[in-house]
Design a binder for this molecule. Sequence first.
Ligand SMILES: [Zn+2]
Length: 309
Amino acid sequence: MFPITSKINPLVSAEILRVNVVSLIARLAVCVMVIAVFTPPLLALEPIPDKLVVLTFDDSVKSHITVVRPILKKHGFGGTFYITEGFDFKENKESYLTWEEIAFLHRDGFEIGNHTRDHMGCTKKNLSKIKEQLDAINDRCAEYDIPKPTTFAYPGNAFDDGAIPILEEAGIQFARRGGSPEYSYQKDRGKGFGYEPGRDHPLLVPSAGDARPDWTLDDFKRAASMAKEGKIAILQFHGVPEVEHPWVHTPVVRFQEYMQYLKDEGYTVIAMRDLAKYVDPKTQRPDDLWEVISKRKAKLAKEKPTEEE
Ligand SMILES: [Zn+2]
């Protein structure tokens, strides 16, 4: 027990308490402000909704501005145009976009992505040339006030995993491949898988579908339907129509039908760069990028006998 040696004046102690509380609140406020100023904002990713699709259009085809653009605008859809100066881009301006038209597509709200200068396959023997190929498109973009592309599409859907660190170093966040190697490019008519963030490497994002001339609405629906349960459907197109490469042609009426289907069914239709709203490409990546591909191939091998009946 402590002896009470003096009386406490209640008025004085209330004033001391008030001063202390005010001082404590002021210090807390300063701490909160300091933390707010010096802590980098956390990337608040949006949850991946069902029916999320990415539209991509390869090879700088003239019909991207004459046919695809007005249809996408009508529906309020986003999309990415993957630009290359390969084929006879430089001479044949009837079939290929001009850089002025590419810049217009950018100003109109669409994404301009990198597809290499010469439409070069990213195979093992070409790895040393990738940087130069990317830089050539980046330089053209700078010349035409187009932001440096942050997404990439593998030309001819060919890839070697040695390309990944090179793309990363060049500031590419997401790179799209085709439906291969799970499906055959020739035999499986553009079939693919939905992108599974975390399981698929962000620089090897599979196409859920790669539109072919004989596709019907059912083929398109199959590809789009992969956009569910955390998966995103990346859809690959070339020209609408595609004169120079008829094996990846899409007829205008079919394309109108596909886009109307997405609209009617309430799909969210975005550009490849917009994946960054839903996926953190720095952290959502597998330790072994081949694991998901091997699992899908094993599953397909099991299903094949019944599919062919
Ligand atoms: Zn291409």
